[in-house]
Ligand binder design. Structure first.
Ligand code: GLN
Length: 563
């Protein structure tokens, strides 16, 4: 680093148990610091050995969030980008797999100059350098690092150790926050502090003392428990932040601020605020819109996984859900999302006509054969009954297949992902992908990350992207957009003319005209029937709702009114 500007670091570590909202707490901390006038980047540390999140099943590990760079990361990165309203880079995500891969490559290249390579110091130094690199690349004032897992886990010890050393070298520039949980056992009915005391003790045994404790619980923390935690954990009373359960994640920063979290963070990092006014005003306005709407907009999300429980799905499709919520608030509606299992349409346990109850139908991204015929039935129903339809990635590919089958009359139309020998490969593997598959190279080899797309004038997509409130579009450049991708297959160039002649409009194409990025039906034929090869949900943000989601929901409301 330059040495002129002193970079600050905050490490967020979990205590007691996982799943208590460490990601949202970290995102909120980032937002509060932004509101005090500082630029912030957030870093996620995932202690597993996968090199990235791309090889993991989303129903078990949550959504794979793709960055502009194309790195496949953890869903928390999506929360960070949504709260900070900024793009994050590959340096803002790290896994044990990445760290070990680098260390081992260095060892093979004799970069350790004959030394015995060990976890300590070589792995911890690699981690510490990665923390510093992420700060440098981001150009921000403060880096907030969320360490995955819980204190006491074997897997995240190296990361905590690297943070401890960073603190040792820069004691004025590093803060530690423990996000803990205070249970209220049913038979006792009293909030218990002991697990948190033990978590702090465990952290102390690593040589780390938390500066702040975020006390997650079902209800607010009372004065007695604040005092108890303060004394037993050696944390000033005002640094014990009460963080009760709340209905909207977007209220978390506002609640933290009520506890003076922003000021406490600055004091801990020896900083003073750079703003005179309340920097959270815009956020507060957005957060209150989440409570304002009473009238519902009913969206059916149709897919194959949807027999695995709502809890799993809310993680697997996190960005889709948030994108829908954000745009629903923008159009003044309360989103009501219903998961519809497409396999039920195939088995006949549910009639596809049940979809007429909804204002809009969305098919998210996906892979493989399972549940596809049911999804195709749903898309046909949406098209023929003029129910607004929005297809994301696979949802766009399947809309093209449905059109080829039922409008062009190509009954065997499908994707080579399902049937490599089909007579009508409407969707086909991209040439460079064939090689990866043949060589068994699955990790990080899809078409990933941000690519430009040209949007055709006088189309639904063009209108949506020209919306003045749209994200990062300027009056001059609105024809060229940038969206994030994650796919191996594409609309087969050999079928484009036929599909177009039959009425399907490719309103978005790669600038060289080769890849079909957006497919839609004209407004005079259908109120909203649009699919994207990219994943627009990855760029939907509270303070910059995604124009296509907003346009979809506007169409959905229009239909409600017309009913
Ligand atoms: N399975 C499709 C492909 O690989 C779609 C991927 C997706 O929906 N993300 O092209």
């Amino acid at each position: 680093m330059s040495g002129v500007k002193r970079h600050k670091y905050i490490f967020v570590i979990g205590g007691v148990m996982s799943g208590v909202g460490k990601g949202i707490a970290s995102s909120s901390i980032g937002l509060l610091l932004q509101a005090k006038g500082f630029s912030v980047n957030l870093v996620k540390v995932d202690p597993y050995l996968n090199v990235d999140a791309g090889t993991m099943n989303p129903t078990e590990h949550g959504e794979v969030f793709v960055l502009n760079s194309g790195l496949e990361t953890d869903q928390d990165m999506g929360n960070y980008e949504r709260f900070l309203n900024r793009d994050l880079s590959s340096e803002d995500y790290m896994t044990s797999g990445q760290v070990y891969l680098t260390v081992l490559k260095k060892e093979r290249a004799l970069e350790y100059k004959g030394k015995c390579v060990e976890a300590i110091p070589h792995v911890t130094e690699e981690i510490r350098h990665r923390f510093i690199r992420s700060a440098e690349v981001s150009g921000s004032d403060i880096t907030v690092v969320e360490i995955g897992g819980t204190v006491g886990d074997y897997q995240n010890m190296m990361f905590i150790e690297a943070a401890r050393i960073l603190n040792l070298k820069n004691p004025d520039d590093v803060a530690f926050i423990l996000v803990s949980y205070l249970p209220v056992p049913g038979n006792i009915g009293e909030m218990k502090t002991k697990p948190t005391q033990n978590a702090v003790r465990q952290l102390n045994s690593y040589g780390v003392q938390p500066d702040i404790i975020i006390a997650r619980s079902a209800t607010p923390l009372d004065a007695k428990r604040k005092e108890k935690l303060s004394i037993s954990c050696s944390v000033p009373e005002e640094n014990v932040i009460s963080a009760p359960d709340i209905s909207s994640i977007y209220d978390v920063p506002i609640n933290f601020e009520k506890e003076k979290m922003g000021e406490i963070l600055l004091k801990t990092l020896r900083l003073t605020t750079r703003v005179k006014k309340d920097g959270l005003t815009t956020w507060k306005k957005f957060a209150s819109s989440a409570h304002g709407a009473t009238e519902e907009v009913k969206i059916a999300v149709v897919g194959k996984y949807f027999d695995s429980g709502d809890f799993v799905l809310s993680d697997a499709y996190l960005s889709v859900i948030e994108a829908l919520k954000i745009s629903a608030y923008k159009v003044g509606r309360k989103p009501k999302l219903t998961w519809v299992n497409s396999k039920e349409f195939e088995k006949g346990t549910k009639e596809v006509s049940m979809l007429k109850e909804f204002d809009g139908i969305l098919v998210p991204g996906g892979f493989g054969e399972s549940g596809i015929e049911g999804i195709l039935l749903a898309i046909r129903f949406a098209r023929e009954n003029k129910i607004p339809y929005f297809g994301l990635c696979y949802g766009m590919q399947l809309a093209c297949i449905e059109y080829a089958r039922n409008v062009l009359g190509l009954a065997e139309a499908t994707t080579t992902e399902i049937d490599s020998k089909t007579t009508h490969p409407i969707i086909d593997i991209m040439p460079e992908q064939k090689k990866h598959m043949a060589e068994g190279k699955f990790g990080a080899t899809m078409r990933l990350g941000a690519y430009p797309c040209e949007v055709k004038p006088n189309t639904t997509a063009f209108d949506a992207y020209s919306d003045p409130g749209s994200y990062k579009l300027t009056a001059k450049s609105y024809k060229l957009i940038s969206e994030r991708h994650r796919h191996r297959y594409e609309v087969n160039p050999e079928y484009i003319t036929q599909l177009e002649k039959a009425g399907l409009v490719f309103s978005g194409k790669s600038p060289d005209g080769v890849l079909m990025e957006i497919a839609e039906l004209p407004k005079k034929v259908h109120p909203f029937f649009l699919g994207t090869q990219f994943h627009p949900e990855l760029q939907a943000r509270p303070l910059a709702p995604h124009p296509l989601f907003t346009a979809f929901l506007r169409a959905a409301i229009g239909q409600t009114k017309g009913k």
